[in-house]
Design a binder for this molecule. Sequence first.
Ligand code: FES
Ligand SMILES: [Fe+2]
Length: 456
Amino acid sequence: MTTQAVKPGQWVEHTMAWEELDFSKINMRISTDRYTSREYAGRERELIWSRVWQVAGRVDELPANGDWKEYRIYDQSYVVVRGNDGRIRGFVNACRHRGNVLCRDKKGHSNGRFTCPYHLWSYGLDGRLVGVARPDLVGPIDKSELGLLEVPVDTFAGFIFLNPDPAAKPLAEFLGKEVIELLAPYKIDEMTPVMDVREPLECNWKVVMDAFSEAYHIVGVHPQLLAVIVPDVVKNRNAWFGDHALACAPFEVKMEKGFGPEDEVKGIMALPATFPGVAEVLPIFGKLVDAFRDANGALNFPAGVSGRTLLQQATRETLTLKGLDVSGLSDEQMSDNQGWFLFPNFMMTIRAGEAHVIMSVPHPDGDPNHCIWHVASYMWLPPEVREQYRAQLIDVEVPGSYQYFEALQQDYEQMPRQQLGLRNHTLEYLHLAQEEVNVARFHMVVDRYLEGGAKS
Ligand code: FES
Ligand SMILES: [Fe+2]
């Protein structure tokens, strides 16, 4: 599958429906030990998490030179810092003298140096060893060899990515040109977090990725979404880019027998109950709809016009009025959520003006039955109101004490239930439905990493 010569956003008409895929080449049986075995988790740690690009935060968490934050995977700690030259770098969070941890807090600001409190060796924001206490006691050392250990850090779409492997290939190569180009018109780097929550979960990190890689569970877990997302073997589309994947289902009101334009409009007006972001579009949508009413108020759409096309037009006008340039986005991107998956743990549903991100990482305790998920919503807001709406990260300490928005809460409650079943040793494998082909593909990429054949 390729989107070459296709304008970003129009890929959906040019990619294959999953019913056209050759399933003989796709492994639909997934072994269950990968969710519960410590031995398996150990291999994942070594062959995936120690060598893959992973999101370590947002660029706007480090607005000023000297701002830093910690990124942690398992018990491995890194300091991500914006240097005096404005560049963001990543370092192993350990002093080169006797290994003392340098930064103990989750984030902070340094006025030009990190000083280790043990024997006061100090490092520049670029990692160079700049000074030692009592050089007479230290004796001759080559400072140029004793800078902080640097790890690759780069940014994409306003996210900071870090790779624990100093020999990693560049992030741009790992993501690939198509992913970068297809996501650019959304201007994700300009979006502001309006929800940002992290919480330990009682399930494997891949249970989270699986849950957000398919739409099949809508029938069981999110019945309310069936009103606007219609799982369909022809209309649902997938595209695969290297280790990464994209899925899309058109956003449209389910038209029952005998439904007319008025029912479609009613369905769209009810959207904010499940998709709060749509609320701001409805005033313009209402005006566009009313233009098609006759003197008696009856609604008639000419050919080519529907509630869906007017929703797209209203979204384009609303976002343009807010100041977002949406000229690079197609009409489909005004209404349809695209589901992006960046290996290994970044899931994003995005449409013009807003994005929801789900990430999960293995729990630092090493138990494969636990993970930590991090969920965040981003909106494009005019620069003057961004600070007013910016959400601060919430680390949930009491399980279940945070109430997520409806659909997310339903997933949150479902995932530990799956893990409970997966713990049974006699359940050897899962058998996926064809709709879950992106789950199958994710596990095929995992397999490739664990065989040692892949590295980012
Ligand atoms: S361990 Fe850091 S200065 Fe000695
Ligand atoms: Fe879900």
